[in-house]
Design a protein around this ligand. Structure first.
Ligand code: EPU
Length: 301
């Protein structure tokens, strides 16, 4: 009989922490701690930690830059993986093909491709996140999305098997993909040659649009709700006159109603209650069930 250790990650202390606050790892700067916090430095460490999770029934969570994430006050009773080591942040160029690690910051990638005269990801301007998070959510907005330039994604499933998904079987839809595997390890992008100045000009235009329409200098998690088909979540919340509505220290932004701002001392519970209230009010007025875009941890079971 296998005795399950009460220390699931014994011997892996070099890259596994316990009771780690997630606040500093989210843009919201709110929420409870992670029971385990795993920062593997290579593929073998990642596979070993995943194996331990499976053996000990520890749920797996994967964190990017925490920009599209609301961690509830209870924290996460599981293992939060973060592929932030330089091993996961490698970028290599081969003419118009770029291979990029899951831990790469999308804004840094955008700057580098721009300087190299490679166009195609200007639509990511002003969207905080890692390449892994960007692939998983098919990051983007009205100016395009990441999926359009992705030709191959290397992934690892919950059993530690690594394999490639290629363009012919990848589907990128509005804020989702058909990748079921637990971990995105890296992605290969196919970009277009263009004049760096022109790429920079387009990037700046997109960024200015965001700066003018979104409360960028506040603590927020980006758009809270998905746009219902053919409609704008922001406009619906605005029409329900919910701009400025507060629960505790969470407030619906006056600048863009699909953003919930966390003021000082805001609890995640304040945001959760405000999300519920917005859903109720929009349903009352328009009979539309709004769906959250922000990822909420712990997952509902
Ligand atoms: N609007 C209002 N009131 C508001 C907000 C918006 O009337 O409070 C109206 C605007 O005037 C506009 C329409 O709603 O006519 C759409 O608004 P906007 O142009 O700001 O775009 P959005 O659909 O709300 C989407 C993405 C954003 C992305 C922007 C720009 C979703 C849910 N949101 O916003 O993504 O930054 O386009 O590309 O898809 C995110 O993913 O976190 C995010 C913020």
């Amino acid at each position: 009989m296998n005795l399950v250790s009460n220390k699931p990650f014994a011997g892996l202390e070099g890259f596994v922490g316990e009771h780690v606050s997630l606040r500093a790892h989210t843009w919201y700067r709110i929420g409870g701690p992670a029971r385990y916090f795993v920062t593997p430095r290579n593929t073998e460490e990642l596979q070993e930690a995943v194996r331990r999770c499976n053996e000990n029934s520890v749920p797996i969570y994967v964190l990017g830059l925490g920009a599209n994430l609301l961690v509830q006050d209870s924290g996460v009773d599981g293992a939060v993986f973060r592929l932030s080591d330089e091993f996961w942040r490698r970028v290599s160029f081969d003419k118009t093909t770029v291979e990029v690690g899951a831990g790469v910051d999308m804004q840094k990638l955008l700057l580098r491709t721009c300087r190299q005269g490679l166009a195609g990801i200007e639509c990511l301007a002003g969207i905080p996140g890692t390449v892994g998070g960007g692939v998983r959510m098919n990051a983007g907005g009205k100016f395009g999305d990441f999926g359009a330039v992705i030709h191959r994604v290397s992934v690892m499933d919950g059993e530690g098997n690594i394999f490639d998904r290629t363009k012919d079987d990848l589907v990128f839809e509005y804020r989702k993909t058909n990748i079921a595997a637990r971990f995105i390890l890296n992605a290969t992008l196919e970009l277009d040659e263009d004049d760096p100045e022109k790429i920079m000009k387009r990037t700046k235009e997109i960024w200015f649009y965001k700066r003018n329409t979104q409360p960028l200098n506040t603590k927020n998690c980006g758009c809270v709700f998905k746009n219902p088909r053919g409609l704008s979540a922001g406009a619906l919340i605005d029409q329900a006159r919910l701009k400025g509505m507060r629960v505790g220290n969470a407030e619906v932004s006056d600048k863009h109603a699909n953003f919930i701002i966390a003021h000082p001392d805001c609890a995640s519970d304040d945001v959760m209650k405000l999300i519920k209230l917005i859903k109720e009010k929009v349903f009352e007025r328009n009979q539309i069930e709004m769906e959250t875009e922000v990822q909420i941890w712990p997952f509902e079971r």
